[in-house]
Design a binder for this molecule. Structure first.
Ligand code: ADP
Length: 395
């Protein structure tokens, strides 16, 4: 059975087509600059890569071209072969704690929650509507929310110590993100350990990043908050800072609040501190050339990850495993090494030779380590496809 996973952004649409009988990727790709001059698509299949510039006025156009290409390239014979479409949805607030079949109500909710994810939710709706138009209402579509996995947090984890009515009246609370990736980590660890009753800390560290404390397959706490700006230091996001900085900088720079928050989102983090790049690869090569600010940025980055791991270690009362994933977590050898060295006091010990591996599943911890440490490449697209299949089969 073939299922397609979709991640629709405001001007892009990524897809992965799976044969779910063996969970194999048949084709994948991205449509970029939708509605902007210079739009193009890239499709990978059978070891080939096709790239073409083509006018794409909107998401409906992109989906039309995608489906035509799947047939033209003989990736599928007919559209009937696609039995379900799984959509990555960003914000389901506290209403959605698991993946759901997309109905009109889900679309209305995505629209109603748009002020919580102003860039993502409207884009997600565009993606859903484009597929509905192309495949008709009968093709089953499933929504997989980034926020869903975190809905098991207790009130004392998700509430901020602010006036309670901000929560009651305006929904001010921690929602958490990257839930699909953290759930994938928990399921992978379940497979490794052969049981569900374990405690782990999942570190999704990429351009965006979040840490999640998991007990018995449930999220206990996570570092992102009301928005993805909270938590650890990221590529361009500051993570947690003292909010009093905002009015202070507003006055100094003659900016309004959203402009300063924009600075915290877009020109802070690795980029802000290093003043050279938001990409850890550039940071590392700049360090090799003796760039002190790049070194400072990496040290702060490692420290913020370690801060959260330490916090969650205590919250969980010890952990069985720590896992690393996403761009930095899967690939950055020195960052993993330094994080793990900082955790030596908890009994973490990793094999430095195995830590040289990049982008692949590897057990880093040695036999003497008190905590298991793994690198697990995340696969959010597969999780979306699995959830879609599951909901189709159990309808
Ligand atoms: P996103 O959060 O946008 O999905 P990714 O998970 O793809 O981001 O992570 C992107 C980041 O991963 C890059 O900005 C870079 O810092 C880091 N990264 C990717 N490959 C490497 C590598 N080989 N070495 C170090 N860092 C890497």
């Amino acid at each position: 059975m073939k299922i397609i996973s979709i991640n629709a952004g405001s001007s892009s649409l990524k897809f992965t087509l799976f044969e779910m009988d063996n969970e194999e990727v048949i084709a994948s790709g991205v449509f970029e600059r939708i509605g902007i001059e210079g739009s193009k698509y890239t499709i990978k299949y059978n070891g080939e890569k096709i790239e073409q510039e083509i006018e794409l006025l909107d998401h409906t156009d992109a989906v039309k071209v995608l489906l035509e290409k799947l047939i033209d390239l003989a990736i599928i014979k007919s559209l009937d072969e696609i039995k379900g479409v799984g959509h990555r949805l960003v914000h389901g607030k506290d209403k959605y704690s698991k993946s759901v079949i997309i109905t009109d109500e889900v679309i209305e909710d995505l629209e109603a929650f748009r002020e919580f994810a102003p860039l993502h939710n409207p884009a997600n709706v565009l993606g859903i509507k484009a597929f509905r138009e192309a495949l008709g209402e009968d093709t089953l579509m499933v929504g997989v929310f980034d926020t869903a996995f975190h809905q098991t947090m207790e009130k004392e984890a998700y509430l901020y110590p602010v006036p309670y009515k901000w929560y009651e009246n305006y929904g001010v609370r921690k929602y958490g993100f990257h839930g699909t990736s953290h759930r994938f980590m928990a399921l992978s660890m379940k497979e490794i350990l052969g049981r569900e009753n374990f405690k782990m800390i999942s570190c999704h560290i990429g351009n965006g990043g979040s840490i999640c404390a998991i007990d018995n397959m449930k999220c206990i706490d996570t570092s992102m908050g009301f928005t993805p700006l909270a938590g650890i230091m990221m590529g361009t996001r500051s993570g947690d800072v003292d909010p009093s900085i905002i009015p202070y900088v507003m006055e100094k720079e003659g900016k309004n609040a959203s402009e300063v928050v924009d600075d915290l989102n877009k020109v802070s983090g690795l980029l802000g501190l290093s003043e050279c790049s938001s990409d850890m690869r550039d940071i590392l090569s700049n360090i090799e050339q003796g760039n002190e600010q790049a070194l400072l940025a990496k040290k702060k980055y490692v420290r913020r990850v370690v801060d959260y791991i330490a916090q969650y270690y205590v919250l969980l009362g010890g952990v069985d495993a720590i896992c690393f994933t996403a761009g930095v977590g899967e690939n950055s050898v020195p960052v993993r090494k330094e994080i793990c060295e900082s955790l030596a006091c908890l009994g973490v010990k990793i094999d430095l030779e195995l830590n040289e591996k990049r982008g692949e599943f590897v057990k880093l911890s040695t036999d003497e380590s008190k905590i298991l440490v793994y690198v697990i490449p995340t696969d959010e697209e597969l999780m979306i496809a699995r959830d879609t299949l599951n909901l189709i089969q159990n309808r």
